[in-house]
Ligand binder design. Sequence first.
Ligand code: PGA
Length: 240
Amino acid sequence: MNIFIGSKEECDLKGAQEIVNQIKNKPNTVLGLATGSTPIDMYGNLIKKYKAGEVSFAKVKTFNLDEYLGISRDHPCSYYNFMQENLFKHIDIPQDSVHLPNGEAADPEEECKNYEKLIEGSGGIDLQVLGIGHNGHIGFNEPGTPFGSVTQVVDLTESTINANSRFFDSPDQVPRQALSMGIKTIMQARRILLFAYGADKAEIIKEALKGPVTPEVPASVLQLHPDVSVFLDHEAASRL
Ligand code: PGA
């Protein structure tokens, strides 16, 4: 595991550069992408690099980690909308190359199976971007999720609902379930970039990177992955 510690700006730039290098080496890269506050400025750097002519996403495919169950793509808080606003609409990626689980699928279980098949059919994820929840979740894999899990319907914990309520008008409006890649799906990515910023992530970063590998801290599974790069600002790294 490679751990880079710097300012948030340095992490956002270095992370974006890793992704650009990956796409230059393999123009038809399959990217796994994340939502949340953490990757927004890193995505901003990808947009800048695209506009500066440093990279093209024309052959890239993307698979997002997760989507809320029961809200439409057009909902302002859907992860589909988040990705459009923060990345996709600003770059040259074809719309049919971007994938998120469909939160409005008539049969969510079937949707999860199909999503997993779609990832496999694309050749698997070359590079997965991850943030980390305060409880150690990656994607929406909350503590206790088995390491063997694949894309599935998950229940969100109170802590996740409260953390995500800042994007909604009130906690009541946060969906209680989501469709999420499983831990195994994430671990099958060939490379993983994990980003964490701020003092409020310091304790969970210590547990995930230095503590025991346990489903109680889902991100601790990353200690078992052969190619993980972690980007931490000084605050998030302060307990290491
Ligand atoms: P955040 O969320 O980037 O908004 O802190 C991270 C996560 O919950 O995975």
